[in-house]
Design a protein around this ligand. Structure first.
Ligand code: GUN
Length: 292
């Protein structure tokens, strides 16, 4: 078997085109463009690239992005003061605080300060709690983007074993909740898991979000599985590597995401979608991608 590629770049482009049309239509009705505040603390090279991509995507669809680039030695209180100001700013519908943050800042404490209605990353305890209760409002971008990709290939969920590798607050945990809502039996593997290959071999749906190049061996992949690779790491030679041994996995899987061009573009597309939601452009409880 040779797996078919799940083309996240193409699906994200479709979603972005749809978002652009929605914004255009609302502006014709006299509404102001949605506003997204983007906060980057420090100079982390990967974060700088992610933030640039997000701001460019805003521009492409007609979202007004307001950029705050803060020094790496900023005090926690100053960052919290900025967030309070953005919470009260009527032109700001969404607040994106790029992670990770420098060591002197307690990320949870700061994330707790973001108004949950402006939490377009879906990282606030309120939004994660809503997802845990299977009545999500703003959903974390990467896991939700992955669900949209899986829907796109008409993935069956009920009765399937979904195995997630990596238990972060950003990807692994909300991913487990999404797949649980969809009806899969979910296993989450993490640094204390004994015998990772044992679990990966059982996966009908495998989502790996570790960030260690080729930690998932191709020979572990179940025949006919769907493989989603969230990991993206730059090797010393400058090339990008996913968590999964791509060529070997491709021989066994039915579907697989490439790195790059798989999950990454979907994270950005969902951020834009969440900003529309936060701005009241999209009826909550009804998703507008027509997919899920
Ligand atoms: N760092 C890594 N992924 C993300 C993300 O999706 N959002 C934010 N804010 N920070 C991140």
């Amino acid at each position: 078997m040779t797996a078919q590629l799940i083309d996240g770049k193409a699906v994200a482009a479709e979603l972005k085109a749809h978002i652009r049309e929605q914004i255009k239509a609302k502006i014709m009705e006299g509404k102001r463009p949605p506003g997204l505040a983007v906060i980057l603390v420090g100079e982390d090279p990967a974060s700088s690239i992610y933030v640039r991509n997000k701001r460019e995507a805003c521009e492409q669809v007609g979202i007004h992005s307001i950029y705050h680039h803060l020094s790496a030695d900023i005090k926690e209180e100053e960052l919290i003061a900025l967030i309070h100001a953005l919470n009260h700013d009527k032109k700001v519908d969404g607040i994106l605080l790029q992670l990770p943050l420098p060591r002197q800042i307690d990320a949870n404490k700061v994330l707790d300060c973001i108004d949950p209605q402006k939490d377009v990353d879906g990282f606030h305890a309120y939004n994660l709690g809503r997802l845990a209760q299977r009545r999500p409002l703003l959903r974390s971008c990467t896991p939700y983007g992955i669900m949209l990709l899986l829907d796109h290939i008409h993935q069956q969920y009920k009765g399937k074993h979904a195995v997630i590798v990596g238990a972060s607050n950003i990807v692994g945990r909300p991913m487990a909740l999404e797949l649980l809502i969809a009806g899969s039996t979910v296993t989450v593997c993490h640094r204390f898991t004994h015998d990772l290959p044992y679990f990966v071999r059982q996966a009908d749906i495998l989502v790996s979000a570790v960030g260690k190049p080729e930690i998932i061996k191709g020979e572990w992949i179940k025949e006919g599985a769907t493989v989603v690779d969230v990991g993206i790491t730059r090797r010393e030679d400058g090339s990008l590597a996913g968590d999964v041994e791509f060529e070997a996995a491709r021989k066994r899987a039915a579907w697989i995401t490439p790195v790059p061009g798989g999950v990454g573009p979907m994270t950005v597309a969902v951020l834009l979608h969440n900003t529309l939601r936060a701005a009241g452009y999209i009826n909550s409880h009804q998703d507008d991608f027509g997919l899920r």
